[in-house]
Design a protein around this ligand. Structure first.
Ligand code: HGY
Ligand code: MN
Ligand code: MN
Ligand code: MN
Length: 428
């Protein structure tokens, strides 16, 4: 597969990194926690403010704005051939509690800037170009990651989505409808978001690395060749509880101690694979009744397991599931295991990688090939269209923390690589 030469003369794109940072800074003000932290949960008031701001930026960039039933938002730059399958880019604007302001948002506002710069350079793409803000990449509200891109890829089951509830017992469909999205049924809502190869030809996502390699090795761009396979499970333990003073140790079945044993096992299970690519985290842990003089009756853990090797990842998930059962037996507590998701890894399209490499060399930037250990909507877009990702460095590799940072210069480079990549792909 050889890449056709770009249809435009070498593109001279005006991309101002500081303007993108100013817009990211404004977006960051829509948060449940004070900046520099950003907390922005699906369909909450601050998410809705962020959505209107993104639609405003898309319109100001001269893009045609549309939204789908799941709440995915699209800005489209029409192409010479309006019926041709679009070249897509995009990322997410939702943020986990007390996160930073660059995760996901660089790929949305940067995508808008890339399309805006192409439009200003009078680049008329053969195919339409679109930038999408995926409705909810983070799992915070319903426990499920990438709900918007899963729906687009047609891999989200209506019944499964209907089984998810947020902490107030609200369903996804109810939350979507309250935000002005949704449909009469889960089936219709999911159908409304479905994309296929016929309408999406290629997809490329710009994202901060969320790791330290580019900065440590002094490279400007990461050419992402694969995305690690994520899995998540929710384990609950229930005991009988009791009075912290009057209940003797021999009479106890403390749910929180069962959880403590499992959390330490999760760490051992990842380390036990002997591979640095296997990671496992118990990032959510809740017990009740949370009284110093009451033996915990309930404990809930949410566990995140990933690896670039799906089979090895599955081995860790199976070991954790089995250990939960044997801890429950040993400690005479009841338990449940809810496997929330267990997704295959994604490999980038060689063709789209060629376009990214061509853009990097046309711009004269330094780069390295790498895998993404974080998951992204591209994990699912790769099931709809040939896909790849572009990384830019972030300071110390920090992410999912308020002090997450990417420089205006790195952001401008990422936006230019994205724009040139899309220009190449639009001509193919
Ligand atoms: O967790 C992830 O990998 C993504 O940043 N949500
Ligand atoms: Mn994230
Ligand atoms: Mn992200
Ligand atoms: Mn008392």
């Amino acid at each position: 597969l050889t890449l056709a030469a770009p249809t435009a003369s070498p593109l001279k794109l005006a991309v101002d990194g500081q303007t993108v940072v100013d817009q990211l800074t404004k977006l960051a003000t829509f948060t449940d926690d004070p900046n520099p932290a950003v907390t922005r949960i699906l369909f909450t008031e601050n998410d809705m403010k962020a959505r209107s701001y993104i639609k405003q930026l898309m319109a100001e960039a001269g893009l045609k704005v549309r939204e789908d039933t799941m709440g995915n938002i699209f800005g489209v730059l029409p192409g010479a051939n309006p019926n041709a399958a679009a070249v897509g880019t995009g990322s997410h604007c939702d943020a986990i509690p007390l996160a930073g302001m660059y995760d996901g948002t660089v790929g949305v506002i940067g995508g808008i800037a890339a399309l805006g710069a192409l439009r200003k350079a009078n680049f008329l793409p053969a195919r339409p170009l679109e930038v999408v803000m995926f409705t909810s990449e983070e799992p915070t509200r319903f426990g499920l990651s990438c709900s918007g891109s899963r729906a687009m890829a047609g891999v989200l089951d209506a019944e499964y989505l209907d089984s998810r509830r947020d902490e107030n017992g609200t369903s996804y469909l109810e939350a979507a409808a309250a935000a002005g999205y949704g449909a009469g049924s889960y089936e219709d809502m999911l159908k409304g978001a479905r994309r296929t190869f016929s309408d999406l030809s290629y997809f490329v996502e710009l994202h901060i690395e969320q790791g330290p390699l580019l900065e440590q090795q002094g490279q400007q761009i990461g050419v992402v060749t694969a995305i690690a396979a994520p899995a998540a499970l929710r384990v609950s333990f229930s005991g009988d509880g009791g009075h912290a003073g009057a209940q003797l140790m021999a009479w106890r079945n403390d749910a929180s101690l069962a959880a403590a044993e499992l959390a330490l096992f999760v760490e051992r299970a990842a380390l036990g694979t002997g591979s640095p690519d296997a990671v496992a985290t118990t990032g959510f842990w809740d017990i009740s009744p949370k009284a110093v003089n009451s033996v915990p009756r309930e404990a809930v853990l949410e566990i995140d397991v990933r690896d670039i090797d799906g089979g090895r990842r599955d081995g860790v998930v199976a070991a954790i599931t089995a250990e939960a059962a044997s801890i429950a037996e040993r400690r005479k507590v009841r338990h449940t295991v809810d496997l929330i998701n267990r997704d295959p890894p994604a490999t980038s399209s060689p063709f789209v990688l060629q376009a990214v490499r061509a853009a990097v060399s046309e711009l004269g930037y330094s780069s390295r090939e790498m895998v993404s250990r974080a998951y992204h909507d591209s994990l699912f877009m790769a099931q709809v269209a040939p896909t790849a990702m572009i990384f830019i460095p972030c300071r110390n590799g920090w992410s999912h923390r308020p002090d997450e940072f990417a420089s205006p210069e790195d952001i401008a480079r990422g936006v230019k690589v994205l724009a040139h990549t899309m220009a190449f792909l639009a001509g193919n």
